[in-house]
Design a protein around this ligand. Structure first.
Ligand SMILES: O=c1[nH]cnc2c(O)c(F)c(-c3ccc(F)cc3)cc12
Ligand SMILES: [Mg+2]
Length: 214
């Protein structure tokens, strides 16, 4: 087929979702991906855990690792107060472009910046580039083998403060065992597992919430 899966998702959103209505954008993605073709969005079940953690954290500065089509970006940004900012890093330029258009359709583009590149290259540049001191909330949803490396990079770049919350998707499926072990044994974090299901399927998955202590 000529188009990519993300482009087909974007076209569905543009066809059925109400412009400026973030919830209708989320519903359009979820209905497309549960009925027509699966895609690696965090989905509605794990999305409800994400919502709860964002509401509880009330973050001003948010970092997302892994944008894909922007589903979780919309999910988070719709809950942010005016003035809060979300920076999302995506290494695939095609994904990033689709995400920008889905985020714009949701009316949330003023709160969101998508940075195209590799997390290991961009994380060390964030303080200088964004004039940001620390992130209050980090959503980790890019590639399981990079979860631990990038978390250590956030620590080394002094981008976390006591109370910063990290939430990681897919810690059970596909799984990030080294990340889980680090978070559950490090004295620098208070970690908690939220069991759930893989997006659009009956397979077990879960999210790990970790609070940086110092
Ligand atoms: O690579 C990923 N990045 C971010 N999120 C993912 C995800 O939520 C998945 F379910 C999956 C996934 C893909 C294939 C499977 F069989 C199971 C899970 C992958 C990712
Ligand atoms: Mg995921």
């Amino acid at each position: 087929s000529g188009t990519s899966r993300p482009v087909r998702i974007l076209h569905h959103v543009q066809k059925v979702a109400q412009y400026g209505d973030a919830q209708s954008v989320l519903s359009a993605v979820d209905s497309y991906c549960s009925k027509i073709e699966w895609a690696m969005n965090v989905g509605d079940l794990k999305g409800q855990i994400l919502d709860a953690v964002v509401l509880e954290t009330r973050p001003h500065y948010v970092l997302e690792l892994g944008t894909y089509c922007g589903y979780s970006t919309v999910r988070i940004a719709r809950l942010l107060p005016p003035g809060a900012r979300l920076f999302s890093i995506e290494m695939n330029p095609q994904y990033a472009q689709v995400a920008r258009e889905i985020i714009q359709h949701a009316g949330l583009d003023a709160k969101v910046d998508i940075l195209v590149g590799c997390t290991s290259d961009l994380i060390p540049q964030l303080k200088k580039k964004l004039d940001i001191e620390k992130f209050d909330f980090v959503f980790i949803d890019h590639w399981k083998v990079s979860y631990l490396r990038d978390t250590k990079l956030l620590e080394e770049c002094d981008l976390l403060r006591p109370g910063s919350v990290l939430l990681a998707d897919n810690v059970t499926c596909p799984g990030a065992p080294d990340y889980l072990h680090y978070m559950r044994t490090s004295p620098r974090y208070e970690s908690q597992y939220f069991p759930s299901r893989l997006e659009y399927l009956q397979v077990e998955d879960g999210m790990e919430k970790s609070v940086f202590l110092a």
